[in-house]
Unconditional design. Structure first.
Length: 610
């Protein structure tokens, strides 16, 4: 069951219990000193009763005090249908009254009071929840989503290093916040939402703050993950508040950290999360509802753009994405230099060397390295930070990161470099593949140790058989390169193999591109909506025999391509070596650089485009 729902059930049970207790109390208070009717009657006979009040269902009365000065004792008894009673009371001289009307009020009160109490409790709970105050068992439900507003931010763009591309892209946002009029006059497209995409600690928050600092505007921030633990409706109200406050302070920046916690694609999980959906919907409504000319720019950060609800990325929302990637070697050096401003470096400190030692580290890690080094120097009573402290600090930070984030060993890096260059070389040699933009071995998390970025030349609707085969060949380039250079492949090729197998399967089963299986479409028609080219469609209805033939055909396609790739890479072995070494040195290499190396090689002329 949903956590929040369970808690609200507890509140309900608690309130209900309270209600019953109150009624009980009310009841016993009314019925204190209840005596049997016979007892009452005998008191009357004994002249002990001073006065009685005959109500609809009970008789309440007062006895004469037993001794002088004592308070009169009150009692109550059930009213019995006794026609002689009035007679008897008159006879004994007991004062008596009948109050029939007042019981109506009492009846009403006995209903209204508990309801009021109930409502008051409920109101109190809601109050506490929305104020986010309080303790005890109420703490679970309290709202953590706080809107922070900061003015006069001291952070500047010069405090962010190693992410020059992102900085450049964001300069325009600063320009707009500084002089919104200029943009409105010229009628340029004003950004509304900018999504900063990148791993944690690369400086996304820092960049957002630097924009606010440079433009001299207030900075509103809120974190997506804080919305998740709230009562339905509270998150949406917070979003509304946020935009209202921001609009009042425009020009300004709204920064939503961890947008993925809030903006997960709707209705994909096993349980739909109503609170998150409401909050997300409210965010969409607010983003659509304001005119960017008021000068509010929404920045959001995420490290998982792929799980975001596509609605968030539509035009007029977060339609601009800025990659804030892990820094390369030069970037790392710049970041180290920046953080070393505040410490005294000894002449032997070599930040370039430290940068070379720390592939895969992000800005936050590097800031940590400098900090650790300074602490070590203090502990050693040194008045400057030497290279030894810096290197030791790197080791400490790596040890701390090892559990979270893999940092590759030198041997692994060498393997990854050859693997990536393998992909790139095959892509260069085969016609109709997307040109290689960039090759990188800057680790980016566990899934991809390196990557070869191919930019598609044009949007393609049709792919020919040979183009699909070439795609498979490029995917196999990595593992074949590993085998050629190191004698065996590694687990690093699992993802490539899966992609290659998917393409081959679709060639056989959906496109009828296999001679042995023939011109058949074996999959269900129509295929499920939104199937991407790489996805495997669900299995259709065909025989075991056909299934075996399909498997054989898929294997055949991949084998043929593997042989082709092996021929290409064997011929290009020297280029593979040279490229990998350059990549190890620089961590990032452009496609251009590799192509120049290739051009010097006799067989390195790319195949003519057929
Ligand atoms: P993110 O929001 O991407 O998770 P932060 O902006 O919170 O990362 O970064 C945390 C800290 O790490 C920053 O306050 C800063 O000290 C340091 N840092 C991160 N990236 C950089 C960078 N590119 N340049 C300088 N310092 C950085
Ligand atoms: Zn690969």
């Amino acid at each position: 069951m949903d956590k929040k729902f369970r808690f609200s059930i507890w509140y309900f049970i608690f309130a209900f219990w309270l209600l019953i207790m109150l009624q009980e109390l009310y009841f016993t208070a009314q019925h204190r000193n209840e005596v049997p009717y016979s007892q009452f009657k005998s008191w009357v006979m004994q002249n002990k009763v001073k006065k009685v009040e005959i109500l609809e269902t009970v008789i309440q009365g007062e006895l004469y005090p037993e001794r002088e000065g004592q308070a009169p004792q009150r009692f109550q008894t059930v009213r019995v249908d006794d026609p002689d009673l009035v007679h008897l009371l008159e006879e004994k001289g007991v004062e008596f009254t009948g109050v029939a009307v007042s019981t109506l009020w009492r009846d009403v009160a006995s209903w209204v009071v508990p309801i009021l109490v109930f409502a008051a409790i409920w109101f109190w709970i809601l109050q506490r929840v929305s104020q986010g105050a309080g303790g005890g068992f109420m703490r679970i439900g309290q709202s953590k989503a706080k809107i922070y507003m900061e003015k006069d931010i001291p952070v500047r763009m010069s405090d962010v290093a190693g992410v020059d591309e992102a900085k450049e892209e964001l300069m325009e946002v600063i320009e707009f916040l500084k002089t919104p009029d200029k943009f409105t006059r010229i009628g340029g497209r004003i950004p509304k939402g900018v999504l900063l995409v990148g791993p944690p600690g690369t400086g996304k928050t820092l960049l957002a703050k630097a924009i606010a600092g440079e433009a001299g505007v207030p900075f509103f921030s809120i974190s997506g993950s804080e919305f998740v633990e709230m009562f339905v409706g509270v998150g949406a109200a917070r979003v509304r508040d946020l935009f209202e406050n921001a609009k009042a302070k425009a020009p300004c920046i709204i920064f939503i950290d961890e947008l993925d916690a809030l903006g997960k694609a709707r209705g994909t999980g096993p349980v739909t999360h109503e609170e998150r959906e409401q909050t997300l919907n409210q965010l969409l409504v607010e983003m659509d509802g304001f005119d960017p000319r008021v000068g509010v720019i929404i920045l959001a950060a995420t490290n998982r753009p792929e799980i975001l609800d596509p609605a968030l990325l539509r035009a007029g929302r977060f339609d601009r994405q800025v990659l804030v990637d892990r820094p390369d070697r030069q970037g790392r050096e710049a970041i180290l230099r920046l953080h070393a401003r505040h410490i005294k470096l000894a002449p032997d400190a070599d930040l370039g060397k430290i940068a070379a030692m720390t592939p895969g580290m992000v800005g936050a890690d590097l800031a940590n390295v400098v900090n650790e080094a300074a602490l070590l120097a203090v502990r050693r009573n040194r008045d400057m930070v030497h290279q030894t402290e810096l290197e030791e600090a790197v080791e400490r930070v790596i040890a701390g990161l090892e559990k979270k984030n893999r940092v590759l060993s030198p041997a692994e890096r060498e393997r990854v470099a050859h693997h990536e260059v393998g992909h790139a070389l095959v892509a260069f040699m085969l016609p109709g593949t997307d040109p290689v933009q960039k090759i990188s071995i800057v680790p980016r998390g566990i899934a991809a140790l390196g990557y070869t970025m191919q930019l598609p030349t044009e949007d393609r609707y049709l792919l020919t058989k040979s183009e699909l085969e070439n795609k498979i060949a490029v995917l196999l380039g990595g593992l074949v390169a590993e085998e050629l250079v190191f004698g065996e492949m590694s687990t690093g090729a699992a993802d490539d193999l899966q992609k290659a197998a998917n393409i081959a399967k679709r060639m056989v089963k959906d496109y009828g591109m296999s001679e042995t299986v023939g011109r058949v479409a074996l999959e269900l028609t129509p295929p499920p909506a939104f199937l991407k080219p790489g996805d495997v469609s669900p299995r259709g209805d065909y025989s075991e025999q056909t299934a075996r033939e399909v498997d054989e055909a898929v294997k055949g396609i991949i084998q043929t391509q593997e042989e082709r790739v092996r021929t290409i890479l064997t011929q290009l072995h020297p280029v593979l070596r040279e490229g990998a070494h350059r990549l190890l040195e620089q961590e990032i290499m452009t496609g251009q650089e590799l192509q120049e190396m290739l051009a010097k090689h006799p067989v390195g002329q790319p195949a003519p485009v057929s």
